[in-house]
Ligand binder design. Structure first.
Ligand SMILES: Cc1cc2nc3c(=O)[nH]c(=O)nc-3n(C[C@H](O)[C@H](O)[C@H](O)COP(=O)(O)O)c2cc1C
Length: 145
């Protein structure tokens, strides 16, 4: 799965470094274009807002975005990591995780689990296939298709 992410002060970039997915794109201006399914990870700015470059990226690539996740800081109370809520509602895709700053190990685990769930549902695999690795999932996919 392609991970498209935006990071202003480095927290989201550090979270992405901890992920096992090596197919990554850093959103810099928002003019980047993708041609495959991707998950967007964004930071939160303003008062619970989606950064400008992420809005632009989402506008251009909405057909390819299958899920979103967001970083924030709990000091912002009700606006904590709200960019993810706003973006997922705008795009009509699942908000798979919200985490603080660069995230902890449990955030990495939760994110990876949710990506596997999304991939399995995209391939219409039974939930039992979630325990499989991606090569095994492909075999299972061929078996049901
Ligand atoms: C100007 C500004 C506004 C922010 N607004 C919010 C906010 O509304 N909600 C929130 O949860 N975090 C907010 N944050 C915190 C960042 O989203 C958080 O530090 C995030 O991890 C930054 O990611 P980055 O280091 O990848 O840019 C704000 C930070 C700044 C500098």
């Amino acid at each position: 799965m392609l991970i498209a992410y935006a990071s202003r002060t480095g927290n989201v970039a550090r979270f992405v470094e901890k992920l096992p997915f090596k197919n990554r794109l850093r959103i810099q201006t928002g003019t980047e274009e993708v041609r495959q399914p991707c998950i967007v990870i964004t930071y939160t700015t303003g008062f619970g807002e989606v950064p400008k470059e992420v809005q632009e990226f989402a506008r251009r690539n909405r057909a390819h975005i299958v899920g979103v996740a967001s970083s924030g800081n709990r000091n912002w109370g009700a606006n904590f990591a709200k960019a993810g809520v706003v973006l997922s509602q705008q795009l009509g895709v699942p908000l798979i995780h919200q985490f603080e700053l660069a995230g902890w190990q449990k955030d990495v685990e939760k994110f990876v689990q949710e990506v596997a769930r999304l991939e399995a549902s995209a391939m219409r695999l039974p939930t039992s296939a979630l325990a499989l690795n991606s090569a095994e999932q492909e075999v299972a996919y061929l078996a049901v298709s």
